[in-house]
Every structure is written in C-alpha cells, then in structure tokens.
Design a protein around this ligand. Structure first.
Ligand code: NAD
Ligand code: MG
Length: 359
C-alpha cells in the first residue's frame, strides 16, 4: 500500500493506494470517529462491492443508500434521497458518510456530507479510474443543474481517500479510457516526464497492468494533491486542472449528460485546447500531434461531436465557472507540461479552433 498526503493544515488527509483496501477494517476505523456510518453507492457498484465493505464495517451502525446509476441522476432530487435516509435512521452529527463508487457518487456524497447537519465526516472510496485519479481528491463536491454541470456544490474535504485498485477489474474498457484522459491531463499540465512515461506504457495501462496502474494513480494523485495544497479553492493555479474541461463540459451538456463520458469529452476538449495553444504560437504543431496521438491511443475521441457548431460551444462555454466578470478564461499550454489560465487569447484563435473541428 502506498500513502500520499494532501497538505491542507487541519484539513489535511491521507490517500491510500493499494490492493484489497475495501476489506481493511483497521484502516477504515482510523478515519471513523462515531458509531454511525452511511455508505452511499449506486445500483451498479452495490452488487459488486457493497457486501465486502459492509463486512469490514462490522461493529458500526451501518446505513446503506443505493442510488440510481449515472450522471443523469447527479441531481437535487437524488441528493434528497440521501438526506431522507439519514434523517429516517436518525443519524447524528458524528455520522460518517462513505462514498463507494465513481465520481458521481463521490461528488454527491461529499456534498451531502457538507450539508447534513451543517457538515459531517466523509470518506472517499473511489471505484472508477477517473474518480481514483481525480474527483476523489481535492474536495470539490456537488451536483448538476439543468442549466450547467456542477453548478451547485461546496468545497468540502474528505477525512481520507481509500483507493482499492482491485475494483478496476470490473470497470468497462470505455470507463478505463475515460480515466486515462484525466491521467494524460496531469502530464500535459505539469509533468512532461510523466507524459513520456504514459506514451511508453499506454497499452499496459489500458490492459490494467497492476503495477503500471498503481504508478499512474500515485503520480496523478501526487500532482493533484500538490496543486490543491497550493490553491484549495481555485483562486488561481488550481484552474489548470481544468485543461480541456471548458470545451469538454460544453460537449457533455450539448450531447446530454451521460451520452459522452466526462473523460471522453475531456479527451476531445484537450485536443481543442492544444490546437488553440498552437494557434497562439505557444506550442508546435508537432506537440499537438504528439499529444493527440497519446489521447487517441488511450481510446478517446480527439474531435468533438459532428453535431456541434461553433455557436453551440460559445453559448455553452458562457456558463463555465471560469468565466469571471463576463470574460471567458481558458486553460492553455505554454509548452507541454506547462499550463496557464488565460483570458488573453486572440478570439480569432478560438474561432479558428471551433471552426477547424467541424469535421
Ligand atoms: P460515474 O460515477 O458515473 O461512474 C461511471 C460508471 O461506472 C457508472 O455506471 C458506475 O456505476 C460504474 N462503476 C463505478 N465503479 C465501477 C466498478 N468498479 N466496476 C464496474 N462499474 C463501475 O463516473 P466517473 O467517471 O467515475 O465520474 C464522473 C463524475 O465525476 C462527473 O460527474 C464529473 O463531474 C465528476 N468529477 C468530479 C471531479 C471533482 O474534482 N470533484 C473531478 C472530475 C470529475
Ligand atoms: Mg475532470
């Protein structure tokens, strides 16, 4: 088992990465302070892992909340089911919520923990590659609104993140690729050596080679932990974690949540951000081609859906959370491994990128 730490003063917490963590009752107990525990999961993950986790929680008063699967259910009314169950079972302020599932469950459970009785403890047990390398770390929690993705939420840090790499064995290949999008993102924004390592190992990663996957998760979590420690509430540098996401969120919203996976939209969105960075004269066309080849080798789309026009992007990107005072800001690359957040781009570059991708 590997351990990393997210350094946030009195809100610091460990990330554990390893095989068979789900059943390690001692590890769990270290991060549960009361007698009540509420495990929140979805109806896909529940039959796979809920029993094993509940075995490890013997001795606690365990409430199980099984929500419908999918991004389309990352809503206010689904969240209400968690509160209803907690209140019906009389969970008090010392309860601990455990998120067992992908990013949808992690984001919703974290937000439920932030709200319930003004804040209770929670633990992340991410079971998708994407949630293991990204959403379970850093304390962004929330739900979607029909007008925009993740528009309601809170910054609320977990007490611990337990990443059981065995859970990936049941993950569909398409979801593995979606997780690889966020892993490639870390190389592009921050670590060109990691990018080269990913190029060398991409097929082993898609095949879920255990030591390669563990290494990729650890390096990704390390980068995310460093960025979050530097800027917990996204006043500045944290926004670089959104490379490809402004374009990607527009794709997700346009296609209907759940049609394109988040990671797939981020894959195509990163290619658009790379293209724009090239048009701004910051990176070479060879850099764009190199990164695009890696994204494609991960099994991800490298261009947006054919039914999206430039004006669809412009309309949807106007509600992005990086829009400040009406001005769109984008994450672009000054070089491979070096991201910046900028509003100072030539709008002609943006228009050219949007037009170029109407393939
Ligand atoms: P997800 O939670 O929808 O999970 C994907 C699918 O895999 C679901 O059908 C789920 O039931 C299934 N699943 C989960 N674990 C499984 C397993 N071990 N075996 C088989 N099937 C399994 O999607 P995701 O990609 O994990 O997360 C995407 C969400 O995360 C989005 O809502 C996105 O906004 C959010 N996100 C949040 C952050 C953050 O910082 N909070 C960062 C990135 C993404
Ligand atoms: Mg993301």
């Amino acid at each position: 088992m590997q351990q990393l730490n997210v350094e946030l003063g009195d809100r610091s917490y460990p990330i554990y990465i390893g095989s068979d963590l789900l059943s390690q009752s001692g590890l769990l107990a270290r991060h549960i302070s009361g007698k009540q525990v509420c495990v929140v999961t979805d109806d896909t993950v529940a039959p796979l892992y809920l029993d094993a986790l509940c075995q490890a929680l013997q001795g606690y008063q365990v409430l199980q909340v099984v929500l419908p699967t999918g991004e389309a259910f990352k809503t206010w009314s689904t969240l209400q089911q968690v509160f209803d169950a907690l209140l019906a079972a009389r969970h008090d302020r010392k309860t601990t919520l455990i998120a067992l599932g992908g990013g949808v469950i992690g984001d919703m459970t974290g937000f439920a923990a932030a709200c319930y009785q003004r804040g209770v403890d929670f633990i992340q047990m991410p079971t998708t590659l994407l949630s293991q390398v990204d959403s379970s770390v850093g304390g962004k929690t929330g739900i979607n609104h029909p007008a925009g993705k993740n528009m309601l939420g809170a910054f609320y840090q977990p007490k611990a993140v337990l990443i059981d790499t065995d859970s990936l064995k049941t993950l569909p290949a398409r979801e593995v690729s979606a997780g690889l999008a966020e892993i490639i993102k870390y190389g592009l924004i921050r670590d060109v050596a990691f990018l080269a390592w990913l190029e060398d190992n991409i097929s082993g990663l898609r095949a879920l080679d255990p030591s390669l996957v563990t290494e990729a998760i650890a390096r990704s979590c390390q980068i995310k932990a460093e960025v979050v420690a530097a800027d917990e509430r996204e006043g500045g540098v944290r926004a670089i974690l959104n490379l490809g996401h402004t374009f990607g969120h527009a794709i997700e919203a346009h296609q209907g949540y759940g049609q394109w996976l988040h990671g797939e939209a981020v894959g195509a969105g990163m290619v658009m951000a790379l293209d724009m960075s090239c048009r701004e004269g910051w990176i070479s066309r060879a850099d764009v081609d190199r990164a695009t080849a890696l994204i494609a080798a991960a099994g991800l789309p490298v261009s947006p859906p054919g039914n999206m026009q430039a004006n669809d992007f412009m309309d949807l990107m106007a509600v992005d959370k990086k829009v400040l005072d009406g001005q769109l800001r984008l994450v672009l690359l000054k070089a491979l491994g070096q991201a910046v957040v900028s509003a100072e781009f030539d709008s002609a570059s943006l228009q050219a990128t949007l037009a170029a991708d109407q393939s």
